[in-house]
Design a protein around this ligand. Structure first.
Ligand SMILES: [Ca+2]
Ligand SMILES: [Ca+2]
Ligand SMILES: [Ca+2]
Ligand SMILES: [Ca+2]
Length: 314
């Protein structure tokens, strides 16, 4: 170990200790930045990235023997200087984000640009909702190209428990066809959906850093969708999770009918999609609805007050 390295280690250690001290004493309580402060910087960084990078589209157009159908992003430089930049290939949409979502008191709604590229649509013809359980392979990276997380193989993910930019991406893909289990234990799908997604931090972790991801960091995900559970019913109360998004904003965490009762009785706060007794009256939701023979649901309203029984305490 060189002198410099020792010095650096000592410095880092001291910094860590002093940071911890500050946290304990509560000296440096930095309030989160506002959405309108962060959005322009994120947007600028993402635009610069899209203009200077490309993906291996040629391999997808004419797959070489043994191609693994993995999306690879690289810089437009050297031999690759003339490739088509991502800025000319990706599509975008505007997502309005309310400061309330992050508990910020700025009372603003800020438009954010979400970039997506469906590299291969997926052969099944059906897409999951943002409320479904999905069998997925993914890789997440930063705009500097550094990968921060990747799944070694397909794994199940219930989308409401993932970040919004991720849910929106999976939502754009269609599932694959035949599943193939290989002798080495791996699984592949024929014609799975594959996409690349680039989004600002407000659709990611925003001001909370997660593991190696610093606060306010735009993220890139490449995602492969194998299959999903159609109309996933996470809490097994008979109502598909997507129908428990009562205000229809695509966010399942903000629909909690019995929030007040849960808080006053010190129960865990469970949003409706994860709560099998949505109105907290002791009768399971499943017993307060009628599931018809064809699978459709009748939401009975016994007292005719416009509130279905499963959400109505009286
Ligand atoms: Ca909602
Ligand atoms: Ca609840
Ligand atoms: Ca429920
Ligand atoms: Ca109930």
């Amino acid at each position: 170990m060189s002198k410099n390295t020792i010095f650096l280690c000592a410095f880092v250690l001291l910094t860590v200790i002093s940071c911890k001290k500050n946290e304990i004493l509560g000296v440096e309580l930095v309030p989160p930045l506002t959405l309108s402060e962060v959005e322009p910087t994120n947007a600028e960084d993402i635009s610069a990235f899209l203009e200077t990078h490309f993906y291996n589209y040629e391999s997808f157009q004419t797959p070489p023997d043994g191609f693994d159908f993995k999306v690879r992003v690289d810089t437009l430089a050297g031999d690759n200087a003339n490739k088509t930049p991502l800025s000319q290939m990706m599509q975008s949409e505007t997502i309005a984000i309310d400061s309330d979502y992050y508990g910020l008191d700025t009372k603003e709604v800020v438009n954010h640009t979400y970039y997506y590229l469906v590299v291969r649509e997926g052969g099944s013809g059906i897409s999951p909702t943002v409320a479904d359980s999905t069998l997925i392979k993914y890789e997440g990276s930063f705009l500097n190209g550094k990968s921060f997380d990747a799944s070694a193989s397909f794994l199940w993910q219930y989308l409401p428990f993932t970040i919004r930019g991720y849910q929106l991406g999976v939502n754009k893909l269609k599932a694959g066809l035949n599943v193939e289990n290989h002798p080495d234990g791996t699984t592949t799908f024929t014609d799975s959906g594959i996409g690349l997604f680039v989004f600002p931090s407000a659709l990611g972790y925003y001001n909370s850093s997660s593991g190696v991801i610093p606060a306010y960091t735009p993220l890139i995900f490449s995602i492969e969708l194998g299959k999903f559970v159609v109309d996933t019913d996470y809490d097994n109360d008979g109502i598909p999770s997507i129908l428990e998004d009562l205000n229809g904003d695509g966010i399942l965490g903000n629909d909690n009918t019995d929030a007040d009762e849960e808080a006053s009785s010190f129960q865990q706060a469970l949003a409706n999609h994860a709560d099998s007794d949505d109105d907290n009256d002791g009768i399971p939701t499943r017993e307060e609805i009628v599931i018809n023979a064809n699978g459709s649901i009748t939401f009975t309203d016994s007292d005719g007050d416009g509130i279905p029984d499963y959400l109505d305490k009286d």
